[in-house]
Design a binder for this molecule. Structure first.
Ligand SMILES: *Cc1c(COP(=O)(O)O)cnc(C)c1O
Length: 434
């Protein structure tokens, strides 16, 4: 093809530049704009109780959509592989400083693209392939990235698990100690995705010391309550702490690693880059920094307290209405309901709740007689609705709706769907259709 044939295309390209830099989504891409609007509407009218969700501030959204998304760097502040990184260095350093201040750490890494990436990096920094890890059984509330056979962690390392006590659904520290003595793991992992209670961090530390293992605490679900001073800080006990930044911590999507021992710094940083990732997502780094800045404000303490109060009120109301709540309550944003005494499985239960405007997720419970595809549990979390301003009276009303629905006492579903929508619309949200 000769260049002359391309000339008109070149003109069209020049002309398109104005639109490229000037026109917004509504104008450029109606199909995606419509889906964005529809999703905003869905969020605004629903009672959102998915435990791994939250609602970020307008400022966090703005940082995510900033031109930091155009910048590529590799490496860490002061030691990058690309030029023009001075401002990115300042951003990453600011984010790390905020993370350290918030959690009383001396070292932080904000580059992990997700919580699972953070965990994979820590495993690969502290372990050799084939090394033994003791973590919480996935079926009892552990996380996929702590050694599920379907996850790389379960393929590369030898995984041993501790569970929960059959009687009260709590972690039995004697069982953890026995398992640690029997298996002599290199790494012990505490924290999970559906364990509603505060961890006995001092006991985990003592067990790790006894068997000369490192201790990793994954605080993904309760990091916001630690930041708000409601729960004990895992940094006081663990060698390394990982978290997601978007659950109760209410920041941008992604992961983060915290530690104090500078002897681990080289290995932990190298495990993230170049170990399991390439360049960091700097626009998400900006949004993480904004979220961490918000969590350092006094108002975040009130938020964290209210999350815990709301979660306890929800658990309390569900029990009062006749549902079985695992561990009879919660210390965290999570409430786990056990459906084994009912006919209904987790899949059907979450479908029924969705039909009255309440979103949550099916979840395995300890010794679940049903498979992961249906389950006998439902997991709820109050982080998102608390961000929108829900209080105890309304969350109790939601608890009643849930119990009525699951226990077959709901006569007029359509009316409750309208009532739940009215309640949801009564709380603050972004102006999604404006
Ligand atoms: C949610 C969660 C993660 C992983 O988060 P992703 O961002 O989905 O990878 C890791 N650990 C625990 C305990 C979690 O709850």
């Amino acid at each position: 093809m000769n260049r002359a044939a391309l000339a008109p295309v070149g003109d069209a390209f020049e002309e398109s530049l104005g639109a490229f830099f000037g026109q917004g989504l509504d104008y450029v891409d109606g199909a995606v704009a419509e889906l964005v609007r529809a999703e905003g509407e869905r969020q605004a009218r629903g009672i959102e109780l998915i435990a791994s969700e939250n609602v970020v501030s307008r400022a966090v959204l703005e940082a995510q959509g900033s031109w930091f998304c155009n910048k590529t760097v590799e490496g860490y502040p002061g030691a990058r592989y690309h030029g023009g990184a001075e401002i990115a260095d300042s951003l990453e350093t600011l984010g790390e400083d905020r993370a350290c201040a918030l959690f009383g750490a001396t070292q932080a890494n904000l580059q992990p693209h997700s919580g699972s990436q953070a965990n994979l990096a820590v495993f690969s920094a502290l372990l050799k392939p084939g090394d033994r890890v003791l973590g919480m059984d996935l079926k009892c509330g552990g996380h996929l990235s702590h050694g599920s056979s379907a996850n790389i962690s379960g393929k590369v390392y030898e995984i041993k698990a501790y569970g929960v006590r059959p009687g009260d659904g709590r972690i039995d520290m004697d069982q953890v100690r026995d398992a640690a003595r029997a298996h002599r793991p290199k790494l012990i992992v505490a924290g999970g995705s559906s364990y509603p209670r505060a961890l006995d961090l001092a006991a985990f530390r003592a067990i790790a010391d006894e068997v000369e293992a490192r201790l990793l605490v994954d605080m993904a679900h309760f990091a916001g309550l630690v930041a708000g001073g409601v729960l004990d800080n895992p940094m006081d006990h663990a060698d390394v702490v990982t978290t997601t930044t978007y659950k109760s911590l209410r920041g941008a999507r992604g992961g983060m690693i915290l530690w104090n021992d500078e002897g681990l710094s080289r290995r932990l940083r190298a495990a993230v880059f170049p170990g399991v990732q390439g360049s960091p997502l700097l626009h998400m780094m900006a949004a993480k920094a904004v979220g961490l800045g918000e969590a350092l404000q006094p108002a975040f303490k009130h938020y964290a307290r209210r999350v815990q109060d709301n979660a306890r009120a929800l658990a309390d109301e569900m029990m009062a209405q006749g549902l079985e709540v695992v561990t009879d309550g919660t210390d965290t944003p999570l409430v786990l309901v056990d459906l084994t005494a009912l006919e209904i499985d987790g899949q059907l239960a979450s479908d029924k709740l969705a039909a009255i405007g309440i979103t949550c997720n099916k979840n395995l419970i300890a010794n679940d007689p049903r498979p992961a595809s249906t389950t006998s549990g439902l997991r709820f979390g109050v982080s998102a609705m608390t961000s929108r301003g829900i209080g105890e009276a309304e969350i109790r009303r939601v608890g009643q709706w849930i119990a009525d629905c699951l226990l077959g006492r709901m006569t007029d579903r359509e009316r409750v769907r309208r009532d739940s929508e009215e309640m949801a619309r009564g709380f603050r949200y972004y102006a999604v259709s404006g």
